[in-house]
Design a protein around this ligand. Structure first.
Ligand SMILES: C[S@@+](CC[C@H](N)C(=O)[O-])C[C@H]1O[C@@H](n2cnc3c(N)ncnc32)[C@H](O)[C@@H]1O
Length: 383
């Protein structure tokens, strides 16, 4: 490759790590550094990202090493050994080093969860409704999940954002547990839905696809820049049945519409994404958990006036703490039992277990090979 600059992946990763700090998460530092290197091959950019994230995954094990480069080399070795043989790290060591001690106070810390946190995360795609098999054939290195319709596990090395299928809106990159949220919302064509914390629209696009682009879908957020990103994504995915609106989460709602379904995919501590986003293990605090739990309770209570009799309310968070999951459900039930009853979800088959007759489900990384996620549902009583 004449004229091409040879970049050292590890040097770039070390630069990202040096830029990462309290005010700059690793993913932001990664974007900043990669943006400055114009001729980095996509494969190398992926390797830089992997190296940065594995560094934070093994963070506590590295404390005896001096300097970022030495720590990084040690992390790479530890990681290689663990990926080849997960018993090379005893559970007691995982329990002491993989997560901060306070997690044991806030959630059930299982051996399986700790193991999952040290593994490389999987890349999941969501194909348009009913097209999973066909997309797997065109992308080659992708397998359809037997558990979640149209979810594909991507094993290839291609830059998916550059594929014609991505530009044609044939798939989105979306974690499999997030896809379960849309699946359990199960919106029908022609209905009216409100995705209250839509962000960049991962779940909005899924809801629209399930609605076959028919009916009405409101997408709101308090971060307008996120809704701008959603607009771009919606154009590519050819989503026409949505409108976006600002909502700060307060009692002043963006519309008087009564909806068939409202999704509150609430801000949370994100502990369910710690495999993908390991630096957050060392920046999240128990205080965040408390504050976010209160915000979640408030958001759920505030959307109540906009749900039709018989309409659904779905609450989801990509976290596993009691304060942000079961306690939020209990608080909602204590306040709204006269108006809402728990909604029984259809049976779900996970890897190694079946969830039946549940109105709330904790999806563990082991269940599907994706993020941890909690989902609860209610229906507004008709009388
Ligand atoms: C978990 S993220 C949403 C992810 C999105 N649903 C998706 O699937 O891509 C939570 C969103 O809630 C928004 N948010 C945070 N605090 C809020 C509040 N008090 N009121 C409304 N939205 C809020 C954030 O801006 C963020 O976009």
């Amino acid at each position: 490759m004449l004229g091409a600059v040879i970049h050292n992946v590890h040097e770039i990763a070390a630069e990202v790590i040096r830029k990462t700090g309290k005010d700059k998460p690793a993913d932001a530092a990664l974007r900043e550094v990669l943006k400055q290197i114009k001729d980095l091959a996509p494969f190398d950019a992926t390797e830089v990202a992997k190296t940065v994230f594995l560094y934070y995954r093994w963070h506590v094990w590295l404390r005896e090493e001096r300097g970022v480069e030495a720590k990084m080399r040690f992390a790479i070795r530890l990681n290689q050994r663990f990926q080849a043989d997960s018993t090379s790290v005893p559970y007691s060591e995982l329990r002491a080093n993989a997560v901060p001690a306070w997690t044991a106070e806030e959630m059930e810390v299982t051996d399986q969860w700790l193991l999952s946190l040290q593994r490389e995360p999987k890349l999941w795609l969501r194909a348009k409704r009913g097209t999973g098999e066909a997309l797997a054939r065109t992308l080659f290195a992708a397998d359809v999940s037997p558990l979640v319709p149209d979810a594909l596990l991507y094993r290839g090395e291609e830059d998916l954002f550059k594929t014609p299928e991505f530009h044609a809106g044939e798939f989105e990159i979306q974690d499999i547990a997030s896809q379960v949220v849309g699946m359990l919302c199960a919106p029908q064509p022609g209905e009216a839905w409100w995705d209250t914390c839509a962000g960049e629209g991962g779940k909005t696009l899924h809801l629209s696809d399930l609605m076959q682009n028919k009916g009405m879908l409101w997408a709101s957020d308090r971060a307008e820049w996120r809704l701008t990103k959603l607009k771009r994504r919606a154009g590519r995915a050819k989503v026409f049945n949505y409108r976006s609106a600002f909502w700060d989460g307060g009692t002043k709602l963006p519309t008087k519409t009564k909806f068939d379904g409202v999704l509150v995919d609430a801000p949370c501590s994100g502990i369910g994404t710690w495999q993908r986003n390991p630096q957050a293990r060392w920046t999240t605090t128990p205080n965040d958990v408390r504050e976010l739990s209160e915000i979640q309770k408030k958001l759920l209570g505030n959307v109540v006036p906009n749900i039709k009799p018989g309409g659904k309310l779905i609450f989801s968070v990509c976290t596993l703490t009691r304060a942000e999951t079961t306690e939020v459900v209990e608080a909602f039930n204590a306040k709204f039992a006269a108006e809402f009853e728990p909604m029984i979800f259809p049976e779900m088959k996970f890897d190694g277990r079946t969830v039946e007759n549940a109105s709330q489900v904790m999806v563990w990384p082991d269940d599907l090979g994706g993020n941890g996620m909690f989902i609860a549902g209610w229906r507004r009583r008709k009388v």
